[in-house]
Design a protein around this ligand. Structure first.
Ligand SMILES: Cc1cc2nc3c(=O)[nH]c(=O)nc-3n(C[C@H](O)[C@H](O)[C@H](O)COP(=O)(O)OP(=O)(O)OC[C@H]3O[C@@H](n4cnc5c(N)ncnc54)[C@H](O)[C@@H]3O)c2cc1C
Length: 382
């Protein structure tokens, strides 16, 4: 078993680490305070090729492997999770459906500006009444005169309303299957399509500089051909998209957990009580040791899930385990990082206060911890 990263993986990790240190970290506090979308950073990331990492060069991507992409997400999220989730939602949820399920014409049309980072794209699955039960969508598309007529709404959609957003791919009910269940289809909706209404950004607990919005469709009309695959392919497609996304969210959680450890260790070495740095107290050392151990384990879990994906093997169980464990590891790490900072950890001038707020949503987005446990239990035959 070889755990060594290859040269390309190390080069991508180092590029992202440098970018994070030099460009992202200095802006993290102000992004959290103002909630302003980080256009400058996102454009720089596009120029570095970070917004199209796992796509072939012929479509404007960097041709990197899936593990390199996940390592990049970890490193960027170590600097700021708003930037990390913007990159992840754009790549895993927005662009990859075109690459995985688009026709050649759709790939040529949509993928290059997304992979080059000139445009962002969103994926709209969640609805006001359909979250974990994502098959329970109510948004409907009816085929009339060669066009889909779409009515319904979507909730919590990342990257849906930035100035760089090109559009959204949504799930919609397009009919009934022979077994009586709803037929779900993924439909491409460019921004500025009449009847596609982008709501105001939500006010959020954290991830403040990422763009999250409700969407409404009122007699929104797109051509019949603007679907990914054929009618009824949508359910399998979004399940596939989510499995890959969970590995990337695990990497995002590891990045945030590592940031918690970095800050806690630095502070523990500086802060003196009872005449010595608090890092000399075994109670503090054990917290740091537990954080380091759990982070390493979570990292190995997402590496393994990514490796399985690259071997073309099933990886749904490992993706859920990695997402579940990494998000809960990050939560524990954020909690202990604040504890190690004492009262200062409660003050916004210290990054750990922001990390503590940021970490909760990792247990919710792209499948809650309960949903991950359901997937794992199903694999056990329950
Ligand atoms: C910041 C942010 C960004 C997001 N970005 C996107 C995006 O880009 N695109 C998109 O489509 N969605 C997005 N989402 C939506 C996200 O994927 C959903 O919030 C998530 O899947 C949970 O759905 P819900 O919020 O409706 O919760 P619900 O499904 O209503 O769950 C509520 C609670 O019930 C539990 N629960 C539900 N069913 C079961 C069950 N069968 N057994 C046990 N417990 C259960 C859940 O685990 C949870 O604890 C985003 C969400 C957030 C917060």
């Amino acid at each position: 078993m070889d755990f060594t990263l290859n040269e390309e993986q190390m080069a991508i990790r180092d590029t992202c680490r440098e970018f994070t240190e030099q460009e992202i970290k200095p802006l993290a506090e102000v992004m959290d305070r103002t909630g302003a979308f980080p256009y400058v950073l996102v454009r720089q990331m596009g120029e570095l090729g970070l917004l199209g990492l796992p796509f072939p060069e012929e479509y404007g991507g960097a041709g990197a492997d899936f593990l390199s992409y996940c390592i990049a997400i970890e490193e960027i999220s170590r600097g700021d999770v708003s930037v990390g989730i913007t990159m992840e939602a754009h790549t895993s949820l927005g662009a990859s459906p075109f690459y995985l399920f688009g026709s050649e014409k759709q790939k040529e049309q949509y993928l290059p500006p997304l992979a080059r980072g000139e445009q962002l794209w969103a994926f709209g699955l969640t609805e006001p009444g359909a979250g974990s039960d994502s098959g329970g969508s109510q948004t409907r598309a009816i085929l009339r005169d060669g066009h889909w007529h779409i009515n319904g709404s979507k909730s919590f959609i990342t990257n849906a309303g930035t100035d760089m957003t090109g559009g959204v791919t949504i799930t919609a009910i397009t009919g009934k299957r022979t077994d009586g269940r709803n037929e779900i289809t993924n439909i491409i909706i460019p921004k500025n399509t009449p009847g596609y209404i982008i709501g105001n950004p939500y006010k959020k607990m954290a991830w403040k500089a990422s763009d999250t919005r409700p969407l409404t469709f009122e007699d929104c009309v797109v051509p019949e051909g603007d679907t990914l695959g054929g009618p009824g392919d949508g359910f399998q497609q979004f399940m596939h998209i989510l499995v890959g996304g969970r590995v990337a969210i695990a990497a995002l959680s590891v990045g945030l957990a590592q940031a918690c450890l970095d800050e806690a260790l630095k502070y523990a070495k500086e802060r003196k009580q009872f005449g010595q740095p608090i890092s000399k107290f075994q109670a503090i050392q054990f917290k740091l040791a537990d954080m380091d151990t759990e982070i390493e384990l979570a990292r190995l879990m997402y590496y393994k899930a990514a490796w399985l994906q690259m071997q073309g093997k099933p990886f749904s169980r490992e993706a859920s385990m990695a997402k579940l464990f990494a998000s809960e590891t990050a939560k524990r790490a954020a909690d202990q990082a604040v504890q190690i900072h004492g009262g200062y950890g409660f003050m916004d001038e210290y990054p750990v206060s922001r990390y503590w707020r940021s970490v909760k949503v990792n247990e919710i987005g792209e499948g809650t911890s309960e949903v991950q446990r359901m997937v794992i239990a199903k694999n056990l035959g329950c």
